[in-house]
Design a protein around this ligand. Structure first.
Ligand code: GLN
Length: 557
């Protein structure tokens, strides 16, 4: 037998790569498209992992203002990433790692470090090919780490932008090496101008041409619009964009983002992707749990009104709930599984700085104070916490929301006037929230990026508490992102005054959950960690469920 006819003992699997790029304009659903494609292929039994490429120079999203950029999504390994990573985790119901996220800053940093370490053996290090090669290396590493059959990669921004050219170059180079295994999906917007009343395909035609200029042709076009593609538009797009009609997928506006994958399947997207990539499904489609969830969403009718009191809302005339997207999603999942329709009210903390005006919070069934930083709006939030505590309104405090709960309790129950967090008042007579010693050193050195207590840490739960009964287990792991902590010096007096620390780090030094007993308050609980990052449509978070259930009970009283 010649070696040529010999079959390798184990057939080497060739990973498939699906790139998702944007045409025409951003903000029309590339993230949800990437999440949906990933989920649909996963539902066919394939191992799928999803990557996000952000074209900005920032090494991570941690230093960006949430009002401009939206939420900073923290992965279990502590990476501070883009909110799209949250969508991938939620749709795939899996934990991703920092290998799944890259920015221009990250890519350049590695190449420059490599050059300094003589890794290029004296060669001239150039933007092309070295930058795209590093992008490809990162994509392949993520594929290997996840042992993925398919990798979906979302390229931030839109084609034609200066910023993402090198990532498009990486697609071209990867496809040159693996022509059968790399495809590109373009998410494009088709406007229906009010005066004309007809869906226009021209901007998409231009976007395809721009993409063609980088040596890439889209294999699929996801046609985002306020309505489905009609026959005429399909014919036009197919002809002028050179993409067959069946690979033009309608993506009309939908009531909820969870409908998107099901809509794609109406156009047989997963079959078409598998066919294009010569992949066999491993199982029949397993979309039943997802369909059940979307039915719950559609059927939810009893309204539960939740006030979220924050400060990252204002961008001109718009309310940007993106800064709290995971919190919003987590509330929804719990509400839907309880058969309720969540109605979220975004309240600005500044409106409560001088106290809670009479009646201003009466219409809400539950109040949530999410994570936050710094001084602005803080007194307003503390007033809201006091109102919730003294009026038996279900309250859920996350991170800053828990710290403010402790401050409020110290000020009003322990009568420690001026009790504060040193984050806001370094000279407070009662620093009930203080900086952790190791953080002190980093800040003294002016080191702010990626230096908080980040990522997953365990917490032990105290028997007989709300937290323990909701989780139903004795130890949990949750994701963190903070610099400050409940000051151990005050724990005894706070506990004596009735506040229960129901979750602690295993060495007992860090307070992870604070709550009031059920006999005192229907639901008054705060977490130093961020439970919202691990709430999933198919696995709502028990603490959110406890909070929403209490809110529903109040609403029906
Ligand atoms: N600002 C607080 C801290 O750094 C809370 C952080 C947060 O809410 N994510 O500890």
């Amino acid at each position: 037998m010649t070696s040529l006819s010999k079959k390798p003992a184990i057939e080497k699997k060739q990973t498939k790569y699906i790139f998702v790029v944007g045409g025409v304009m951003s903000g029309v659903g590339k993230g949800i498209t990437t999440s949906s494609i990933s989920m649909l292929l996963q539902a066919r039994g394939l191992r799928v992992t999803a990557l996000k490429i952000d074209p900005y120079i920032n090494v991570d999203a941690g230093t960006m203002n949430p009002t401009e950029h939206g939420e900073v999504f923290v992965l279990s390994d502590g990476d501070e990433t883009d909110q799209d990573m949250g969508n991938y985790e939620r749709f795939l119901n899996t934990n991703l790692t920092s290998t799944n996220y890259m920015t221009t800053g990250r890519v350049y940093r590695t190449v420059i470090e490599n050059e300094r370490n003589l890794k290029y053996q004296g060669k001239c290090v150039q933007v092309v090919p070295h930058i795209p090669l590093e992008v490809i290396r990162r994509i392949k590493k993520a594929a290997k780490d996840a042992d993925a059959d398919v990798v979906t990669i979302e390229v931030g921004g839109t084609v034609g932008e200066y910023e993402n050219i090198l990532f498009l170059e990486a697609i071209r180079m990867l496809k040159l090496r693996h022509p059968q295994d790399v495809i590109t999906v373009m998410v494009s917007y088709l406007p229906v101008p009010g005066k004309i009343g007809e869906m226009k395909t021209k901007p998409t035609q231009h976007a395809v041409r721009t993409l063609n200029g980088t040596g890439i042709h889209p294999d699929f076009i996801i046609a985002r619009s306020d309505r489905p593609l009609d026959k005429r538009r399909k014919e036009k797009l197919a002809l002028f964009c050179n993409v067959s009609e069946e690979r033009l997928i309608s993506a009309p506006d939908v009531e909820s983002i969870y409908e998107v994958p099901l809509n794609f399947e109406k156009d047989h997207l997963s079959d078409l992707l598998l066919e294009r990539l010569s992949l066999m499904p491993r199982t029949p489609s397993r979309l039943a749990p997802w369909k059940k969830f979307t039915t719950q969403v559609r059927n939810a009718d009893q309204e539960v009104h939740i006030a979220v009191v924050g400060k990252y809302f204002d961008t001109g005339d718009f309310v940007l709930s993106d800064a709290y997207i995971s919190v919003l999603e987590a509330i929804k999942y719990s509400a839907y599984t309880l058969g309720s329709k969540p109605v979220i009210h975004w309240l600005s903390a500044q409106d409560f700085t001088n106290g809670v005006p009479k009646g201003a919070l009466d219409m809400y069934d539950g109040i949530l104070v999410p994570g936050g930083f710094g001084e602005s709006g803080i007194e307003g939030k503390i007033n809201v916490v006091e109102f919730a505590r003294t009026h038996a309104v279900p309250y859920f405090g996350i991170c800053y929301g828990m710290q403010l709960m402790v401050i409020e309790y110290a000020r009003h129950k322990l009568k420690l006037a001026g009790a504060h967090t040193v984050e806001v008042d370094a000279k407070t007579p009662y620093s009930v929230i203080d900086i952790m010693p190791e953080q002190k050193k980093l800040m003294a050195a002016g080191n702010y990026g990626g230096t908080m207590r980040l990522g997953t840490y365990p917490a032990e739960l105290t028997k007989g508490t709300t937290a323990r009964s909701l989780y139903g287990v004795a130890e949990v792991e949750e994701r963190h992102r903070h610099r400050y902590e409940v000051n151990p010096e005050y724990i005894e007096s706070l506990t004596n005054a009735g506040l229960v620390f129901s979750g602690r780090s295993p060495d007992r030094t860090l307070m992870e959950i604070a709550e009031l007993p059920k006999e005192v308050h229907p639901f008054f609980l705060g977490t130093q960690f961020h439970p919202e990052f691990t709430a999933r449509p198919l696995r709502p978070h028990p603490l959110f469920t406890g909070f929403v259930r209490a809110a529903i009970e109040r609403g029906t009283k």
